[in-house]
Design a protein around this ligand. Structure first.
Ligand code: KIV
Ligand code: ZN
Length: 515
């Protein structure tokens, strides 16, 4: 379809290259499932040659995916391509995605190849890929700083060798919207066989222009956008999926383009990512941030009350932020809760509904009304939490304002199924808690980051704590939610320790090296 934009999600590949966004196998599978519910056309599941863990994750996603295409990334080498194919070949619709740089600085300083050698390599490697599948994508890395005519030659060579998608990345986020739109139009017009391929863009956000550049490219003829949830990715990130999609929807009058994304799954998807990687969505993030639909000033509130369209170009409901009239509290029944959860876009089985119902009842004992975000946090905590080595059973913390007994923490933990308890002191209550827990599991991690975020309003709001720890060169993030932030802190710390152990078991990830 000439006016259809393919949404290529690279949250699990480029997104995972963002600092602190490492995910384990189960987390990737769960996010991939959500991306399929969101309706992405292609998911880039990883970079199989980079580590055994990445290979296994790509393979598992390829086997789990139903309709969406599953792409794996490979450099232009036989070894990379063969390994990548091995990982994706079980997908219903696998895609081999290979890349090679075409800019003078990359060819000379990094690849140490002449332009002729680069063209020769593109031809050889695309031909190898085409021997495996006819769904081959070629990316001209650093395209926006490449010579235009050479870029056209590279695209022509790749298409002639069998590539069906040509990706023009703004790898270092250098392009400006009008310039980038011109580049895309130029490459499409000046590549003799351009009608045999779909042109794609992949924009980085170093100057904050990733979404603007992507939109300019789509207006100029590109029909695939490579994006990530909340715009996570290498350095300043990638173009954000929700921004690109909602620009296409809200300004359909301007672009005249369609897409297959179910917009009401945008918020649940970004929220799931945020909880998975333990990084809160910034309040001012377009579409999914807490303030994206909040109206503070009197003039704006007055306008909103008279007509929402005065200050709202889309409704919160349209992006999955349901202002549902169904309030869940102490007296709500199982049916009301199920309908609420389904309305929020989650489909849970009977056993999961039972688990959630118990958790909702217990939270409702402390908190009168549960907001949507409280329920999402419970789903993450109680349903999607993976089997762990360490389980927190009980914490009790005593604070002190001055002198006397220092802050004290007592903890009961289950370690590999066996219950044990310990108490100890610290400089503050969180310090006491973390020391006692670390001692119990015989670890000594360094605390790199500790952040508390109130999930919903009011003093009885659920507190969400995120911690990042580091030990022996490995880093792990953990999160925990509870109305008592000390309990949330303990949960987050135990979660981070479990993730550290899982990483050790999965093997150290090889650092991403492009060449
Ligand atoms: O930024 C980039 O150029 C990439 C390519 C591998 C597509 O991520
Ligand atoms: Zn990239």
């Amino acid at each position: 379809m000439a006016d259809y934009v393919n949404i290529f999600d690279t949250t699990l590949r480029d997104g995972e290259q963002s600092p602190g966004a490492t995910m384990n196998l189960q987390e990737k599978l769960r996010l991939a499932q959500q991306l399929e519910s969101l309706g992405v056309d292609i998911i880039e599941a990883g970079f199989p040659i980079s580590s055994q863990g990445d290979f296994e994750a790509v393979q598992a996603i390829a086997r789990q995916a139903k309709e969406m295409q599953v792409a794996g990334l490979a450099r232009c080498t036989e070894k990379d391509i063969d390994r990548c194919w091995e990982a994706i070949k079980d997908a219903k619709r696998p895609r081999l995605h290979i890349f090679l740089a075409t800019s003078p600085v990359h060819m000379e300083s990094k690849l140490r190849m002449s332009p002729e050698q680069v063209l020769e390599t593109i031809k050889k490697c695309v031909t190898r890929c085409a021997g495996y599948t006819d769904n081959v994508e070629f990316s001209a890395e650093d395209a926006s700083r490449s010579d235009r005519e050479f870029l056209c030659k590279a695209a022509e060579t790749a298409i002639a060798a069998g590539a069906k998608v040509i990706n023009i990345p703004d790898t270092v986020g250098y392009a400006q919207p009008r310039e980038f739109g011109d580049l895309i139009a130029h490459v499409i017009a000046n590549t003799p066989n351009s009608d045999k391929a779909v042109f794609s863009v992949h924009c980085h956000n170093d100057l904050g222009l990733a979404t603007a550049n992507t939109m300019a490219a789509l207006a100029a003829g590109a029909r695939q956008a490579e994006v990530t949830l909340s715009g996570i990715g290498e350095r300043a990130g990638n173009a954000s999926l929700e921004e690109v999609v909602m620009s296409l929807s809200v300004r359909r009058d301007f672009y005249g383009l369609t897409h297959g994304i179910k917009a009401d799954q945008l918020y649940p998807s970004c929220r799931l990512l945020s909880l998975t990687i333990g990084q809160p969505i910034p309040n001012n993030k377009a579409i999914v941030g807490a303030n994206a639909f909040a109206h503070e000033s009197g003039v704006h509130q007055d306008g909103m009350l008279k007509n929402r369209e005065t200050y709202e170009i889309m409704t919160p409901q349209s992006v999955g932020r349901k202002a549902s009239s169904l309030v869940i509290g102490k007296h709500s029944g199982r049916t009301a809760m199920r309908s609420k959860v389904e309305g929020m876009g989650y489909s849970l089985d009977e056993a999961q509904i039972d688990l959630l119902f118990e958790a909702v009842k217990s939270l409702a004992d402390r908190k009168k009304i549960l907001h949507d975000d409280d329920i999402i946090a419970l789903i993450q905590e109680e349903i999607f939490r993976l089997p762990d080595r360490f389980r927190l059973k009980h914490v009790s913390v005593q604070c002190s304002s001055c002198g006397g007994v220092p802050p004290t923490a007592a903890v009961i933990l289950e370690i590999d199924g066996e219950e044990c308890s310990r108490a100890g002191f610290g400089a503050g209550p969180v310090d006491a808690l973390f020391h006692v827990i670390a001692d119990m599991v015989k670890r000594d991690p360094e605390l790199e980051q500790y952040a508390v975020n109130a999930i919903s309003g009011g003093t009885d709001a659920l507190g969400e704590v995120t911690v990042r720890i580091k030990e022996h060169g490995l880093k792990a993030t953990g999160r925990g939610a509870h109305p008592d932030i000390l309990v949330a802190s303990a949960r987050a710390f135990v979660d981070a320790l479990n993730n550290l152990v899982k990483q050790e078991q999965e093997g150290v990830r090889m650092t991403y090296q492009r060449d």
